[in-house]
Design a protein around this ligand. Structure first.
Ligand code: NI
Length: 272
């Protein structure tokens, strides 16, 4: 790739039409390796767990059992060396070409899919986790730290699904203790799987329906995600995200106990 920061007009048009985009490389192999070392330490040391910034997306998140799909919100808070990654500047330039020059990094996430786990990431729209009275112009840049294929849980998308509104969701398995949301309001036969090499990226709009299978391999599936948004606007038409009110998670209890200040959807502002 001549310049990994500059998208072609075709790539930009593809993202707006389909709601997702695959990029071959956004991160050097060396930096991927450095990040992997820090990443594994953060999960092994349960960084952020007490304040509710490390939790299980797909399980009940109890202290005495391993997480099915552990996530860390804003890992750089616990490993400041991550603020030095050169990939940050690349993804920022890429996001501004897709969202507009007023787009800023909002948050970052690490999502680990442990080896030999049949736990899928159910279909959902990211916006279903957010505020019902705001209109969003937002995307996520999802970077795998090893090659990803359907076998170890690469992302799957429903092309064009970002053009409709947010469909009804429910807590995974209808279990109010689980943070993650799921929906079956989609035609799965239309799904596309996005295999990507380590250090590549898939980008999706906040309303693009996406999910992933389990990880059937013997190695962990590590993904690092940067979320960007233009300032959201107040909606004129109200909507009801009743599924958010159904949840009562162990993570929320830890956050309350720790006095963690961030939005309830996990989108802690990078600056806070
Ligand atoms: Ni998502």
């Amino acid at each position: 790739m001549a310049n990994r920061e500059t998208l072609t007009p075709d790539q930009i048009a593809f993202f707006h039409r389909e709601g997702y985009l695959t990029l071959e490389s956004v991160m050097d192999r060396e930096e991927v390796e450095q990040l992997c070392v820090v990443y594994d330490k953060l999960f092994a040391s349960q960084a952020g767990r007490e304040e509710g910034n490390q939790y299980d997306l797909a399980g009940t998140d109890e202290d005495d059992q391993p997480a099915a799909l552990p996530q860390i919100v804003n890992p750089s808070k616990y490993a400041p060396q991550l603020t030095q990654l050169t990939v940050r500047a690349h993804v920022c330039t890429i996001a501004k070409q897709l969202l507009g020059t007023d787009a800023e990094m909002q948050s970052e996430f690490a999502i680990l899919k442990p080896p030999r786990t049949d736990v899928p990431t159910p279909w959902h729209q990211d916006e279903a986790f957010w505020a019902e009275d705001l209109d969003y112009n937002s995307l996520s840049i999802w970077i795998p730290l090893q090659n990803v294929t359907p076998e170890n849980g690469c992302l799957r998308y429903i092309p064009g699904s970002h053009n409709s509104g947010v469909v009804p969701h429910r807590p995974i398995d209808n279990d109010p203790r689980i943070h993650g949301l799921e929906t079956d309001e989609l035609d799965e036969s239309k799904a596309v799987s996005c295999s990507v090499l380590a250090g590549g990226a898939v980008i999706h709009h906040c309303r693009t329906l996406h999910g992933a299978g389990g990880n059937l391999t013997n190695a962990p599936r590590r993904a690092y995600i940067f979320a960007f948004a233009s300032p959201p606007k107040k909606r004129t038409e109200p909507r009801d995200f009743y599924w958010k009110k159904m949840r009562q998670t162990a993570r929320d209890l830890r956050r309350q106990a720790a006095g963690t200040t961030s939005t309830s959807d996990g989108r802690t502002l990078a600056k806070s």
